[in-house]
Design a protein around this ligand. Structure first.
Ligand code: ADP
Length: 465
């Protein structure tokens, strides 16, 4: 089996770099080094760790343009989005550098004379992360930053489509003074590295962002050593546009949610449910704005939608569009492709489908592509029923200017993230994560630090004797 893999530019098919995979023995060695480094890293003080994290963040910002260019080349997203992702990635490092200093314990009022009851917080140990290709910088930092802040050591396996950004971020972490065995990177096939990580008793936590089937496998594999797991898995986000919505706002925010990263995010709008009284005007406005989007190589000026990541993604998107059209959907724009099979470059033009119905694949399967399917509803309970009719529960969006409608939807949608008149909800200081089969645990905010901490309870008797 070849021990190297090629990283390609999905916009051109050009080979960017050839990377050597770590062998199982090398990965085992890195796990051992991470476990040994944990013995000293866990004893460092929080202010020291915070300072190193800030240095790392500043170094990334110093190299922002170069990192963004690497990201656009390996992922395909427009350069403006890559620059935005660098800021988003460092916002997690900055937030957790601050939070490192706020890992508080407790004292508990006692039930018996002469006792003192203490609760203290401790890092879980060596953390292994597996990250996806759609946000090569941010998915790494929002795992690494809380892990290091808590006093854990960290090893990451990036996606084989986009390892270059992660490798660069790890180099900069070392340049900032974070010891090399505290922050490590391995390259290899997902399944093989995943098995080594989960089999190892040295790894105390697995943190993963990726597809639901892989997440389920990792949870099962983690059972034998009872590892802590944080899982950010798939989504199938509904957008509900209520009768009283500000239609222009709803269109603009749906565009942001749907077409960012060529529709390849787990929080992308995937089913757009519009009240029947405004569905025609919403569809017309969404189509008009969608037609304005410029498709191309993300390095070119003004491009807003880049290629999709690879042929498998392209094939899945085309299948969903064809399935919807065959079952009676109408094509309002898009449904066209620029494809170079020989080089491996796949562009899907932003697509709007109307008259989408429940038996179409696109209503149930994650699309991960720039396709906006529209359907209608007559009353809010029907919209909620359709929205919740999925094993996923990551992000949901709705548009209404009525506080009653907004409160009702917020209360009844079974989703971990709710955007009310907002298509871009994510922030380092807020908890990100899903219900049901969309995941376990949260990243970001104060919630994002807890999974890297163990709780120790100390009951002291004869306290003042
Ligand atoms: P996608 O289909 O979006 O690429 P995946 O879940 O397949 O999502 O990939 C996300 C990450 O999981 C990548 O780093 C990939 O290499 C890794 N991966 C893929 N399969 C497995 C597996 N069986 N075990 C562990 N990691 C895996």
């Amino acid at each position: 089996m070849t021990n190297t893999f090629e990283v390609k530019n999905p916009a051109t098919g050009d080979i960017l770099e050839t990377i050597t995979r770590d062998t199982p023995a090398q990965i085992a060695q890195k796990l051992q080094a991470g476990q040994e480094a944990f013995q000293s890293w866990k004893k460092t003080n929080a202010h020291h760790r915070a300072n190193l994290l800030f240095k790392w963040s500043h170094l990334i910002q110093d190299h922002k343009e170069a990192i963004a260019e690497i990201m656009t080349k390996e992922n395909g997203k427009p350069l403006a989005e890559s620059l935005g992702e660098v800021d988003y990635a460092t916002s997690y490092i900055d937030w957790y550098a601050e939070e490192a200093k706020r890992i508080y314990g407790r004292t508990i009022p006692t039930h018996a004379d002469g006792k003192r009851l203490l609760v203290t917080k401790h890092p879980v140990g060596l953390v292994a992360a597996i990250t996806p290709w759609n946000f090569p910088a941010a998915m790494m930092t929002r795992k690494a930053a809380p892990a290091l802040a808590a006093g854990c050591t960290f090893i990451v396996k990036p996606a084989e489509e986009t390892p270059l950004t992660t490798i660069r971020l790890a180099e900069l972490a070392h340049e900032a003074g974070i010891p090399t065995d505290v922050m490590q990177c391995v390259n290899g096939r997902g399944r093989i590295v995943g098995e080594i990580f989960t089999d190892s008793p040295l790894v105390r936590k697995i943190t993963f962002t990726g597809s639901t089937p892989v997440g389920k496998a990792l949870i099962k594999q983690s059972a034998d050593t009872v590892k802590s797991v944080t899982m950010e898995l798939g989504g199938h986000a509904p957008v509900i546009v209520a009768e009283d919505a500000d239609i222009d706002l709803a269109v603009a925010q749906t565009i942001v949610s749907k077409f960012r990263n060529a529709g390849q995010t787990c929080v992308c709008a995937n089913r757009i449910l519009v009240h029947e009284s405004i569905s025609d005007v919403f569809a017309a406005k969404l189509t008009e704005k969608t037609k304005e989007l410029i498709v191309g190589n993300g390095l070119d000026d003004n491009v807003q939608v880049g290629p999709v990541i690879n042929e498998d993604s392209y094939t899945k998107i085309v299948k969903q569009i064809d399935d919807a059209l065959n079952k009676g959907a109408s094509l309002l724009t898009g449904g066209t492709y620029d494809v170079n099979h020989e080089k491996g470059a796949f562009f899907v033009h932003p697509t709007v489908l109307a008259n989408v119905s429940n038996e179409m694949e696109i209503m149930h399967e994650e699309t991960f592509g720039p396709v906006a399917p529209l359907t209608t509803f007559t009353n809010l309970d029907e919209a909620i029923q359709i929205a919740n009719d999925t094993p996923y529960g990551l992000a949901a969006y709705f548009f209404t200017d009525s506080y009653k409608v907004g409160n009702y939807l917020s209360e009844n949608l079974d989703y971990g993230i709710i955007g009310w008149n907002d298509g871009a909800t994510s922030a380092a200081h807020a908890p990100f994560g899903g219900m049901k089969e969309s995941g376990l645990g949260r990243e970001g905010g104060t919630e994002g630090l807890e999974p890297y901490l163990e709780t120790k309870y100390i009951s002291i008797g004869n306290f003042l004797e």
